[in-house]
Design a protein around this ligand. Structure first.
Ligand SMILES: O=C(O)C(=O)C[C@]1(C(=O)O)C=C[C@@H](O)C=C1
Length: 363
């Protein structure tokens, strides 16, 4: 290194060292504030629910708006989620259940939302994820609910019908699929393992590039990666997290057919969230079995000026050819317009369950 270069770098590096020192001091000062918040919650008998999704969403939105750059807003969100995760763990370390094994997109969604200080509790089925929180073994659950290419996740939708848990947040994750294998030549691949949804998301790519490989559906794409890591001639379709976890090279990247492939996850706990200013409310309802009943059911929403952002129907399971409707609306259940619409709705609906109000995902 030339002397001039060393001198020029030393000056800027001294600035970086000084700034890092300031950041370190400020981070710990912030952590002490969070500890104090925890003590205040305890003093006021409010220690049960340390995690405050509405407050976290407000913090992240404010910082995104205030961000002058050059760091992109997405990075700011990532850093501050980690900061809040670390601060929260000083108040109370959170156990977060999700569909395992480690390396699934559900794990990525759980860490994206709760940061790395959360205690990850991988489960072997979506039923177990719900049970883990219902029984009090975990504080929160993160479950996939819909994918932009493949639609609703049926098991999650069905379990929402009967669970006492509440939705307190949502996580939106861009899904990039990769072909993971120890093989170095596509021609050597005779079997491709993945979760059925991931196989479907890469259907056209597989038809084009590996038309003769057998497609084998397994419980999760992390499990697929485990299999591909141990069997010659096999590959897995899975995400970055599985590639890193099982040390599998990527022979092809971003092989999903739909470039905007995105999955929405729900955060479930024993409470919903307070109003954050930009919220959603999720409901399940059923209409009486007569002409125009669904129209009547949705009318209170439009007359109150409440926007509907999602409507899905599913078989009621307890009666043939009867359906329940899953509806997401904009706003918090405490907002006057939403409150009025829900009151009206409860008069029309044969069945109405409010799953929770929660902040719209920040990313
Ligand atoms: O404001 C609170 O209630 C806190 O507990 C502090 C804090 C934070 O670090 O900003 C931590 C955890 C909560 O989920 C929300 C925010």
């Amino acid at each position: 290194m030339s002397d001039d270069l060393s001198k020029a770098l030393a000056g800027v590096r001294a600035d970086i060292d000084r700034i890092d020192g300031d950041i370190l001091r400020l981070l710990n000062e912030r952590a002490r504030c969070a500890q104090r918040v925890g003590e205040i919650k305890a003093e006021f008998g409010d220690a049960g629910f340390i995690y405050r999704p509405e407050r976290e969403a407000q913090v992240l939105r404010r910082l995104q708006e205030a961000n002058p750059g050059p760091l992109p807003g997405e990075n700011i969100t990532f850093f501050f989620r980690e900061v809040m995760s670390a601060c929260l763990s000083l108040e109370q370390p959170l156990g977060v259940a999700f569909l395992g094994p480690l390396g699934t997109f559900s794990e990525s969604a759980a860490t994206k939302h709760f940061g790395h200080a959360g205690r990850l509790l991988p489960q072997s089925s979506i039923d177990d994820v719900f049970r883990e929180v219902e029984s009090g073994h975990a504080h929160y659950a993160v479950v996939p609910v819909e994918n932009s290419t493949e639609g609703a996740v049926g098991r999650t939708m069905d379990l929402l019908l009967s669970t006492p848990l509440r939705i307190c947040g949502e996580v939106v994750l861009r899904i990039h699929q990769n072909l993971l294998t120890r093989e170095t030549d596509l021609n050597a691949i005779t079997r491709v393992y993945s979760h059925a949804q991931s196989l479907a998301q890469c259907h056209e790519w597989l038809n084009r590039v590996l038309p003769n490989a057998q497609r084998i559906s397994v419980g999760s794409n992390a499990q697929a990666a485990q299999l591909a890591a141990s069997e010659a001639g096999s590959a897995a379709i899975a995400g970055e997290a599985a590639a890193a976890r099982y040390d599998l090279p990527k022979l092809a990247e971003n092989i999903e057919d739909e470039p905007n492939n995105t999955t929405r996850f729900l955060v479930l706990g024993k409470h919903d969230a307070g109003p954050s200013g930009r919220d959603k409310t999720s409901l399940i309802m059923s209409a009486p079995n007569r002409t125009g009943a669904l129209h009547e059911l949705l009318l209170p929403l439009s007359t109150a000026g409440v926007s509907m952002c999602r409507l899905e129907s599913r078989p009621a399971r307890n009666a043939l050819w009867e359906y329940v409707f899953y509806v997401d609306i904009e706003g918090h259940r405490d907002d006057p317009a939403v409150k009025a619409a829900l009151e009206k709705l409860s008069g029309y609906a044969a069945y109405l369950k409010i799953l929770g109000s929660y902040p719209i995902a920040v990313y």
